[in-house]
Design a protein around this ligand. Sequence first.
Ligand SMILES: [Zn+2]
Length: 69
Amino acid sequence: MHLIYKCKQAQQMVSEGLDRELSFAERARLKLHLSICDSCTNFNTQMQTLRLAMRKLRSDSIDSKEQTK
Ligand SMILES: [Zn+2]
């Protein structure tokens, strides 16, 4: 097994991290890749920003419709 993700794997992990909790090992390896790769760091930043925007949109629409959870 390779210790450092390739860019494709790193971006896959970033995407998956939006849908599920990554394991400690996955996060550690992703972080390691991001520390040496600018393009994936940019990708990660964009995805995190997008996720925050999506979450805000979602919570706004929930507030206006129903108050469950
Ligand atoms: Zn990369």
